[in-house]
Design a protein around this ligand. Structure first.
Ligand SMILES: NC(=O)c1ccc[n+]([C@@H]2O[C@H](COP(=O)([O-])OP(=O)(O)OC[C@H]3O[C@@H](n4cnc5c(N)ncnc54)[C@H](OP(=O)(O)O)[C@@H]3O)[C@@H](O)[C@H]2O)c1
Length: 244
């Protein structure tokens, strides 16, 4: 049986590039998103799923683990890639329901999926988890409260999970990576630079990334994520920035 990975957010951007990269390396991949993914490969299986539907996550994991038999794989991976940029505006203007929806997709879903994979993967199966992070998780940019707070909390959740694995009485070959992909040419960047400066005080920063040709294609970060999924001898938690 080939190694197996669940990649969230495969309908576009970095997630789609990760799925394609893993498929070229012989992995079997389950991808999920609200839209379809234009990936035509017998080893790719798409699941239409809205990660904002927190109550449906346990059934999703049960279904995926049984369907793809992760307990029988030589290796398993989880790439928590899907995210929304959320409301790009001052914290004094945030809508509480939209804030909660952003946290559901960017924080609740990836933390639950990571915990469920750790719980369900037998100790005989090496497990690698990548939480796709951002520079905004550790540096403050005006107008990014919703997105940045969700990613900062996801980063810390990975650290706490790593500490739990460190403290576990029996060693597990589980490694969690908080990974900053850099400034990547995807729909999320288009949203950030298209939001009016009057609404989003950091809009000019994103316009500048584009004008100065700083955006990189998603394939580079995707290769780095796939390399991590295939790697050995990792600590239970680490963080890296693409190209850094
Ligand atoms: N682009 C950058 O410069 C940059 C920089 C730092 C970090 N990142 C991170 O990179 C990751 C990928 O983003 P991207 O840049 O590739 O943006 P993207 O092209 O907008 O991709 C986002 C993906 O997430 C999925 N998604 C969003 N909401 C979802 C939901 N409710 N349920 C299921 N799937 C959902 C989308 O699929 P559907 O819309 O079909 O559901 C899409 O496949 C994100 O975690 C982002 O925070 C990006």
């Amino acid at each position: 049986m080939p190694p197996f990975a669940l990649v969230t957010g495969t309908s576009s951007g970095i997630g789609q590039a990760v799925a394609r990269e893993l498929l070229t390396r012989g992995w079997e991949v389950a991808g999920l998103a609200r839209r379809a993914a234009p990936i035509d490969d017998p080893a790719y299986h798409h699941h239409l799923f809205d990660l904002a539907d927190s109550g449906a996550l346990p059934a999703l994991v049960s279904d995926l683990c049984a369907r793809y038999g992760i307990a029988d794989r030589p290796r398993a991976g989880l790439v928590n890639n899907a995210a929304v940029v959320g409301e790009l505006t001052g914290a004094d203007r945030l809508d509480p329901r939209r804030l909660l929806a952003t946290q559901a997709v960017n924080l609740v879903a990836p933390v639950f999926l990571a915990g469920a994979f750790v719980h369900r993967c037998p100790s005989s199966v090496p497990l690698r988890v990548v939480n796709v992070s951002t520079g905004a998780a550790t540096r403050a940019f005006p107008g990014m409260t919703a997105y940045a707070s969700s990613k900062a909390a996801l980063r810390m959740a990975g650290m706490v999970m790593g500490s739990e694995l460190d403290a576990a009485p029996t060693g597990r070959d589980v490694a969690i990576l908080s990974f900053e992909p850099g400034v990547v040419d995807t729909a999320m960047q288009v949203t950030a630079r298209s939001t009016p400066q009057a609404e989003f005080p950091s809009a000019d920063l994103f316009v500048g990334f584009h004008q100065q040709g700083m955006l990189i294609p998603p394939e580079g970060p995707a290769r780095a994520i796939a390399d991590f999924l295939e790697s050995n001898g990792q600590p239970h938690f680490a963080e890296r920035r693409f190209g850094g």
